[in-house]
Design a protein around this ligand. Structure first.
Ligand code: SF4
Length: 361
């Protein structure tokens, strides 16, 4: 049978896999065994499910699939961050990054997930934007990045048990999550399923470049996840130059949507701000940000830019980073500077696949 026509079991709940086995005339117990193989052991081959009868393994191999993305390539940073280039069933490639919380051997990780192959937003500072847009990811492909990365990480660290290595999820990899809204929401439910990956909603952050339609929809979801907005500039002219989506949703449309989101959910919003030298870190930029955000239930996360070879943007010096931070603090904002991670492995999204496209090893 053509792979495409096989039933995809990745992303299904335990009861759904039980139903599938039931529909084949098999015991529901077999469904529970398979569910465990997928979510507790990150197993994608029925032949490796040694507690299933041989004939059943063959029947499943012929009729079903478990498409956990395969790691094609990885880079490990001196700070322990790992970037994986993953391959999907149709050979498309996406990236995910694992960031350790500390230098300890038993450190937990945050994973940065992709939601699209490429990205249609084409932000001027982003390597993913340079490679164009190919397609949306299915929910199982989004959640499957966690399983594939967890499996690889345990193998590399020679750990007997791969579970619980990843404690936080951010949707900040390739793609604009709000342009793939339904699959992103479905993937949150896969990650959150207590019988499966069991990732707490409060440990999940969804980041958007400012897609107002998606923010409005999220305001109506009963979810405990954090919403992050990629702000990067506080006047429309500069922001439109950095994030073309700002032409469709300028700050006068974006801010009311965020206010509405906060009013409906009573949840604090995070504003991500990539710091670009000589572009968006002047005193005037700081004043604009204070003006824009001071009345909001919000945190600001400053992210010193990870330079991309093909682009001219530069990372500011530590002094300029600190100066900008101080102006914001003096203005009364809640600000943190994201600790640098993975600068030596091109950890900003899209850089690894861009290099791969150019044939760089
Ligand atoms: S920064 Fe995010 S939204 Fe902008 S092009 Fe890159 S992946 Fe897309």
């Amino acid at each position: 049978m053509n792979t495409k026509n096989k039933t995809q079991l990745l992303g299904k709940k335990r009861s759904e896999i039980e139903d599938y086995l039931d529909s084949m005339g098999e015991s529901r117990f077999r469904g529970r065994q398979i569910h465990k193989w997928i979510y507790k052991k990150q197993c994608s081959s029925f032949f490796e499910m040694t507690d299933l009868p041989r004939e059943l393994r063959q029947i499943l191999e012929d009729n079903a699939r478990i498409s956990i993305p395969r790691v094609l390539k990885q880079r490990v940073s001196s700070d322990g961050s790992r970037k994986f280039l993953l391959e999907l069933d149709d050979k498309k490639r996406i990236e995910t990054v694992l960031i350790p919380h500390s230098d300890e051997k038993d450190s937990k990780y945050t994973i940065c997930l992709s939601t699209q192959v490429g990205c249609p937003i084409a932000c001027s500072f982003c390597a993913t934007g340079l490679s164009g847009f190919q397609r949306n990811l299915d929910a199982y492909e989004i959640a499957g990045q966690l399983l594939g990365s967890q499996r690889e990480l345990a193998k590399r660290l020679k750990l007997p048990d791969s579970n619980n290595l990843i404690s936080n999820v951010v949707y900040m990899g390739m793609g604009e999550p709000m342009l793939n809204y339904d699959e992103v929401i479905a993937s949150i439910h896969i990650l959150n399923d207590p019988q499966g990956i069991n990732m707490g909603q409060r440990n999940i952050t969804i980041s958007t470049a400012g897609e107002v339609k998606g923010i409005d929809l999220m305001a109506q979801e009963n979810l405990q996840v954090t919403l992050a907005i990629s702000l990067h500039a506080c006047d429309n002219e500069l922001r439109s130059g950095l994030i073309p989506l700002n032409r469709k949703y300028p700050l006068e449309k974006l801010l009311p949507a965020i206010r509405n989101y906060i009013a409906k959910t009573n949840r604090r919003v995070t504003f991500e701000y990539i710091m670009l030298d000589n572009i968006n870190i002047s005193k005037r930029d700081a004043q604009n940000m204070v003006q824009l955000l001071k009345s909001l239930l919000a945190n600001v996360n400053l992210i010193p830019y990870n330079e991309v070879e093909a682009l001219d943007f530069k990372r500011p010096s530590p002094q300029r980073i600190k100066q900008f931070y101080n102006w914001l603090i003096q203005g009364g904002l809640n600000v943190s500077i994201r600790e640098e991670r993975g600068g030596d492995i091109s950890a900003a999204c899209g850089q690894l696949s861009l290099e791969q496209q150019k044939g760089k090893k």
